[in-house]
Design a protein around this ligand. Structure first.
Ligand code: DC
Length: 224
């Protein structure tokens, strides 16, 4: 079932703000579906890199995005039947994703793919424009942020844990550049949507942040 009757919690925020982990846990707690919209941009970027599609060829990238054979299976992600769960997290893929995410035709091509995730009993969606563009009628809108330093340190830990090499200084530099690009683009720039609850997780644990989102969800009184 799709449509306005299915409640959505939209969680937007900058890169490495922890929104993926938080959104996934909120979804698990409520027994709802989860959409990692950034993964769709990363999958498109990975496919473009593999197929040597130029990262500024807007119509070719939009066609690619519309036809990508993607499967989400729990926390595992497959492209054309091949698992790419870790590969799409590499910095090079994130960088390419940030570049192609500035293209309007590509964003439009991913719109329906994102809205297809809206199914009963509810959806927790994380990204940059969940509250402003993809699910403007979301029952709860959260803008999750943290200081650039805290986010760089989290990303560093994540990469090392996954076996990638990483450098904290260059991560912080890249993260600031990506923030500027995500916030400065003309299509769906990263900004807190009107009516969004702003949660700063710099000094919160993951569990405290999850609780902060759940508290706000309860406070909506939905379905009332
Ligand atoms: O959240 P993430 O780091 O996995 O996202 C990768 C890139 O995709 C990020 O630089 C911005 C882009 N993105 C976007 O423009 N809109 C979304 N809803 C999600 C991600």
């Amino acid at each position: 079932m799709t449509g306005p009757a299915v409640p959505v919690i939209a969680i937007d925020g900058p890169t490495a703000s922890g929104k993926g982990t938080v959104a996934q846990r909120v979804a698990d707690t409520l027994g709802w579906r989860y959409l990692d919209s950034g993964a769709l941009y990363r999958l498109t970027a990975l496919a473009a890199l593999r197929e040597a599609v130029p990262l500024d060829d807007e119509s070719a990238l939009a066609r690619l995005a519309a036809s990508l054979p993607i499967t989400f299976a729990g926390s595992r992600i497959f492209l054309s039947g091949q698992e790419v769960t870790d590969e799409i997290r590499a910095e090079m893929v994130g960088e390419a994703a940030s570049r192609i995410a500035a293209l309007g035709a590509l964003r439009a091509a991913l719109l329906d793919r994102q809205r297809d995730f809206r199914q009963m009993p509810g959806l927790v969606a994380d990204g940059r424009d969940m509250a402003s563009v993809v699910f403007p009628d979301a029952a709860l809108k959260v803008f999750l942020t943290a200081s650039a330093k805290a986010r760089a340190e989290r990303r560093y830990k994540q990469l090392i844990e996954k076996g990638f090499s990483a450098n904290l200084e260059s991560l912080l530099r890249d993260l600031r550049a990506r923030d500027a690009r995500d916030a400065g683009r003309s299509h769906a720039p990263l900004v807190a949507a009107e009516g969004a609850a702003i949660i700063d997780s710099t000094s919160l644990s993951v569990q405290q942040t999850v609780q902060a989102v759940l508290d706000r969800w309860l406070a909506t009184g939905y379905p009332a």
